[in-house]
Design a protein around this ligand. Sequence first.
Ligand code: PLP
Length: 308
Amino acid sequence: MADFKIWMNGKVVPGEQAVLPVNSAAVFYATNCFEGLRAYWNADDGEMYGFRLAEHFARLRESMKMMRFSVPSSDVDLYEAVREVIKANGVREDIHMHLVAYVLGTGLDATTPTGLYINPRRRPSAPAGLRCCVSSWTRTNDNAIPIRLKSGSNYQNGRLATLQAKADGYDTPILLNQSGTVAEGTGATFFMVRRGVLLTPPLTADILESITRTTLLSDVIPELRLEVQEREIARTELYVADEAFLCGSGYEITPILSIDRFPLGTGEVGPITKKLSRAYMDLVRGVDKRHSEWRTPVYKPMGVTAAR
Ligand SMILES: Cc1ncc(COP(=O)(O)O)c(C=O)c1O
């Protein structure tokens, strides 16, 4: 099947027409802010649901603020753009999208114009289990290029770590921060289980303020009556974890089977990871009907009132 059409600055266009000017900082410095989000097909409802769009738009705005971009679109415009691109492509399957705001010109002026595009694409769900390493690359620090800011330029840090991990025979790296404690994966937040308790690094550990992490902490984990602690995690705690997983809009909940070749627990996906993954997938798809405010329908008239 052909690639999906792209929404770019108010129009839905074929992929080959969605181009960026070569003399823009968007191209030569990756001066952009973006969100990675998913929409899920619910066959029973005959509907596509965008998951937690309001939170993605809010984070995009925060990134744009920190990058000193002008913010030309309202949330209502963004909701409409996401729904429009899915409808224009007639999508009735799970998809991932990047919503990218980029600067034209040099980007060294806070009034520089920005553009926006949304590129739906197929992204298969999580693989069965990852073999991770602890990267020798350090997670960028909040005083350098803060990871709280979701800009394409930040992702060179994760790219270097990923290529190194693959060259060394692993699937993906886990990055430590400058203090030497666990930060996160390259595009996902980290959780582990030890002695029945879930652990995840705090928001001050040079991690992204992940929407999936928040969904787990505020809803899925309490709903399953599991115990969780947000606290610093030392490197060697990784090696004695009973279970671990990476989570994110793209990763969903992806189990980790080993770290630096130490098998975790039995070396199979653990029971807590399985439970969380099932509960999370039911929630995002709307099989679990709670929190309908988190799922924006695409084909029905929109029932969400977004702030301007
Ligand atoms: C560096 C990084 N950490 C964590 C995440 C997970 O964030 P979210 O759950 O909001 O998708 C992402 C995904 O975008 C990411 O790029």
